[in-house]
Design a protein around this ligand. Structure first.
Ligand SMILES: Nc1ncnc2c1ncn2[C@@H]1O[C@H](COP(=O)(O)OP(=O)(O)OP(=O)(O)O)[C@@H](O)[C@H]1O
Ligand SMILES: [Mg+2]
Ligand SMILES: [Zn+2]
Length: 503
């Protein structure tokens, strides 16, 4: 893998006379060097002949560093082909990958889907893969994916002693994946109409959002339900998201295609590499795992400052570039940022029924941790007050997610038409030029906005944010024009700018 794309490696094996030895060349990492022990044991323990001579395995092209244990199986098959135990005919135009256990059974590998995509691009139709990776690879049209469970079965298949049926292609973006958030519905959330409206607006325009409120007010509960109101994944988005999960190896084997939007909520102790990706063996970070979905940062002020700093690039570019000595890698990272925080260290500053024990200094310190460039990229700031008992006790349920999602989809369609000839998809991604073009407001709305900025003490940078959000509210309204009511609602979503802590 390079980034989220696979490239083809050719495995050559030479068995020569001489003293017993086994070397692997072509920039292998440690896992590959250890591969000779697994290969030797797997061949012997499966009852095959292992040549007691000099063996050389070469991985080409030699200038790209290879990682992982997926070359075990091709090396083993190479050794067996060189000793006439395997007929090489079926290997001619096939890709074969898998990790070997010492007893010869085959373990799953990472990146089944991107591997299948690379195979197709290189005109290769046959894939021989570990059974647990077969379904994700079979998503790619026109592939014959043969699932294999162990070395003995693989050899029988290659020698035409056993037929294996290719895995059928299952491609459907309907239904649910069985991850824990997939079934959560907005109808469980009682009251909090203001917050629910705010997440609807955020979902409709792709806006980042922060919720501020006391402990137990339902911030986490609401955040988990945001994927349920986002537009359904397109097939391209499904493939991208599946690819990333496939690389990390977190794709459940019964899930060939991810059809629900990801929801990631890393703990505030996460490192910057964990969040944006990187590390010695580079892998995508949380921002890429949240690609096409939601990245939820709970207790935002608790995150380390440098970690929040590195978020700026992906928020701006919707992808991350990781520079490494060998090469620089790019992973997609187009996510909706959802953050939550208490208004003060004790949490009860804004709660009318509880006393806040924090000093103004403590509060100032707490808030200043999130100020600046990150906050600047969050369009919607909403207060989530403590739920009233009467609302919690109320038996009637709220509106189901599916209804909200329909309105969101309609608003997104309007944006798709608007941005048809551009690289952006949603109102949140508008640049200044587009804001001037698509967010024109009449003199009445201009007056309102001016008063808000002056009298409520809104920052100047809030101006563009308000216009973008107003555009989304008008889209939800099915209105091509931004009216005064839309602007006035958008002004509501600047809780932090409105000198929230001074009231
Ligand atoms: N509006 C609500 N409707 C129904 N249940 C609610 C609501 N708000 C909170 N609850 C209940 O209270 C629990 C705690 O809510 P949640 O964890 O979302 O609060 P929070 O705002 O994230 O608090 P903290 O600041 O401590 O993280 C929820 O799991 C849920 O059972
Ligand atoms: Mg919480
Ligand atoms: Zn407090």
């Amino acid at each position: 893998m390079l980034g989220i794309d696979a490239y083809i490696v050719k495995v050559e094996v030479d068995v020569a006379g001489g003293m017993p030895s086994f070397s692997t060349v072509g920039l292998p990492d440690n896992a590959i060097k250890e591969s000779r022990d697994r290969v030797t044991a797997a061949i012997k323990n499966s009852g095959f002949y292992f040549p007691p001579t000099r063996i050389t395995a070469n991985l080409a092209p030699a200038d790209i560093r290879k990682a992982g244990s997926a070359f075990d199986l091709p090396i083993a098959i190479g050794v067996m082909a060189a000793t006439n135990q395997v007929n090489p005919a079926r290997l001619e135009n096939a890709i074969i990958l898998g990790e070997l256990a010492l007893d010869g059974s085959i373990r799953g590998i990472q990146g089944g889907l991107p591997i299948a995509i690379a195979a197709k691009e290189n005109g290769i139709q046959d894939l021989i893969l570990p059974a647990e990776n077969a379904r994700e690879a079979a998503i790619v049209e026109g592939m014959n994916v043969y699932p294999v469970a162990n070395l003995t079965e693989t050899v029988a298949f290659l020698n035409a002693d056993k037929e294996i049926a290719p895995v059928p292609r299952t491609l459907s973006t309907d239904g649910h994946n069985e991850h824990s958030e997939a079934h959560l519905d907005l109808l469980d959330v009682k009251g909090q109409e203001h917050a629910k409206r705010a997440i609807e607006v955020a979902a409709a325009g792709g806006h980042n959002l922060i919720m501020i409120g006391p402990p137990g007010s339902g911030k986490t509960m609401i955040a988990k339900r945001i994927p349920s109101i986002l537009p359904k994944l397109s097939i391209e988005e499904s493939l991208e998201t599946t690819k990333i999960q496939s690389i990390i190896g977190i794709l459940p084997s019964n899930t060939p295609l991810v059809v629900t939007r990801p929801y990631r909520s890393p703990h505030h102790t996460i490192s910057d590499a964990g969040l944006i990706g990187g590390g010695k063996v580079p892998r995508p970070g949380e921002v890429s795992l949240a690609h096409n979905g939601v990245l939820f940062l709970d207790e935002l002020p608790e995150f380390r400052r440098n970690v929040l700093e590195v978020m700026r690039q992906p928020l701006e570019d919707r992808q991350v570039t990781i520079s490494r000595a060998a090469a620089s890698l790019t992973y997609p990272a187009n996510f909706m940022l959802v953050a939550a925080m208490n208004p003060c260290p004790c949490g009860f500053f804004s709660d009318p029924n509880r006393d806040c024990k924090c000093t103004p200094n403590q509060i100032q310190n707490y808030v200043s941790r999130i100020s600046g460039p990150l906050l600047d990229r969050i369009d919607i700031q909403v207060e989530v007050p403590a739920v009233k008992y009467a609302e919690l006790a109320n038996e009637t349920t709220g509106e189901p997610s599916a209804h909200v999602q329909e309105r969101v989809e309609t608003a997104r369609q309007a944006q798709q038409q608007r941005f048809a000839d551009t690289v952006i998809h949603a109102n949140a991604n508008m640049e200044s030029k587009q804001i001037r073009e698509y967010c024109k407001i009449d003199s009445q709305a201009q007056d309102l906005l001016r008063i808000a900025i002056n009298q409520l003490g809104l920052s100047a940078r809030a101006y563009d944010r308000i216009l973008k959000v107003a555009r989304t509210i008008a889209d939800l309204d099915g209105n091509p024009h931004i009216e005064t009511v839309h602007v006035s609602e958008a002004i509501q979503y600047r809780s932090l700018d409105r000198s929230f802590w001074k009231k």
